[in-house]
Write a protein that binds this ligand. Structure first.
Ligand SMILES: NC(=O)c1ccc[n+]([C@@H]2O[C@H](COP(=O)([O-])OP(=O)(O)OC[C@H]3O[C@@H](n4cnc5c(N)ncnc54)[C@H](O)[C@@H]3O)[C@@H](O)[C@H]2O)c1
Length: 399
């Protein structure tokens, strides 16, 4: 049998750091994107990096990477890597991203962009310098790439909601309800920056601002750490949302378990946010509702192919929320997938993220969300923490 002709498209060598939860999700994106979307560049999974030599080789094999490295500096230095994809905890985002940008590489960095505003500012400055050399830096707010969310953005932009009055968002999980769940990196400030706030809150702040098409200008917040001490984990391995206690030794939880805040958008619309890891029974429940003068939109990540729209300009006798099944070829990203009605899932957001980044790299256009967008979210998170420290005092978000 004849082998298919090799593609003549120029390769875009990808090097990824971290290979656990997000590493697996991003690998899925890079493996799939060029086989679904017709791209001007051919993403090549050049090398993956982790600290444990055996584990990183096994991860390379499992996820389809050509080579394995144990030092991210060596990964960045490789000639076959043009794009560095950062899937490590927040404590290493700034150092890796800045080094990669200074070495002339494009960067995709997981959210939240950094562990502090100062780090995020340094990353934006590095991205600005790199942009002058034609490099691209994007932050991984993948939920923007859910077709129903992208379609909701289009509807808001097209004026289907009219003047926006309310943005209502919650992101609920329950993986640390058990007080004996171990003290994994996500529960330690030095690794994660903050808790439910930076992890879940960052996503919903980004989504609220993206959908509304405007920034938050101030917040009033409460945060709480319900379980203040936990058993130390077994070993040092980081494991996404999982983990096992190592023994009797315990340590302090140094981040929030939950964050509850309200905010004012630039237009005067009011927004409310809830991010928690203590909503027993809620696994990954991200819900959004927008209310405007002309109508409302509602989305639930657990039914991610659907969008609910109420057209308030219709006669009250006929109006009401109706379900839009976002699987038509005219919907965002759907032209490359299956016939209408054949649903997509969580992992497709990472394929779409890879697509958008490759297109931005090829066209040399500013990607969305950029590092500057990531910094703006970081400023909101910092304002939330400041407000919570002052017991809910309204705190402006610096422009
Ligand atoms: N976009 C999303 O929906 C989403 C979901 C989960 C996590 N995240 C973000 O992704 C990032 C990683 O989270 P995760 O859940 O994949 O964590 P994880 O614990 O599952 O994996 C972290 C990986 O980073 C590696 N690592 C840590 N420090 C390293 C270093 N110095 N050099 C090389 N490798 C190193 C670990 O060995 C591990 O492979 C975080 O910033 C997190 O907030 C985003």
């Amino acid at each position: 049998m004849q082998r298919p002709a090799e593609t003549t498209k120029p390769a875009l060598g990808v090097g990824m750091v971290g290979y656990a939860f997000m590493g697996a999700a991003h690998s899925q994106g890079w493996r799939t994107v060029g086989r679904v979307f017709d791209l001007p560049l051919r993403p090549a999974m050049a090398a993956i990096c982790g600290r444990d030599p055996d584990a990183v080789r096994a991860a390379a094999e499992k996820h389809g990477w050509a080579a394995a490295e144990t030092d991210w500096r060596a990964l960045i230095a490789r000639d076959d890597v043009q794009l560095v994809d950062i899937c490590t905890p927040g404590d290493s985002h700034a150092e890796i991203a800045i080094a990669a940008l200074e070495a002339g590489k494009h960067v995709l960095c997981e959210k939240p962009l950094a562990n502090s505003v100062a780090e995020a500012e340094a990353m934006v400055e590095a991205a600005r310098r790199a942009r002058e050399r034609g490099q691209i830096a994007m932050v991984g707010f993948n939920y923007r790439r859910t077709p129903a969310i992208a379609h909701a953005r289009r509807m808001v932009r097209d004026g289907r909601l009219g003047v926006l009055r309310h943005v209502r968002v919650s992101y609920l999980q329950d993986w640390i309800v058990d007080p004996e769940f171990p003290l994994v990196w996500r529960l330690r400030r030095e690794h994660a920056g903050s808790g439910a706030l930076g992890d879940l809150g960052a996503h919903i702040v980004d989504l609220a601002q993206y959908l509304a098409g405007e920034p938050l200008v101030g917040v009033s917040a409460l945060t709480e750490t319900f379980v203040r001490e936990r058993p130390l984990p077994a070993g040092t391995a980081t494991t996404g949302l999982g983990g096992q206690a190592g023994g009797a030794a315990r340590g302090p939880v140094t981040v929030d378990d939950a964050a509850l805040f309200s905010g004012r958008m630039a237009s005067g619309a009011l927004a409310s946010f809830e991010a928690t890891r203590f909503a027993a029974g809620r696994k990954n429940a991200l819900r959004i509702e927008l209310n405007g003068e002309r109508g409302s939109l509602a989305f639930d990540l657990e039914r991610l192919n659907e969008l609910h729209f109420h057209d308030h300009t219709e006669p009250a006798t006929d109006a009401g929320f109706r379900r839009i099944l976002v699987t038509e070829p005219e919907h965002p990203y759907l032209e490359a997938w299956w016939p209408a009605g054949h649903a997509l899932g969580y992992e497709h957001t990472f394929v779409h993220q890879a697509r958008d980044l490759v297109l931005a790299i090829d066209a040399r256009t500013e990607p969305e969300p950029s590092f500057a967008d990531g910094l703006q979210v970081q400023r909101v998170l910092a304002a939330v923490e400041e407000s919570a420290e002052k017991n809910c005092v309204y705190t402006p978000v610096p422009a």
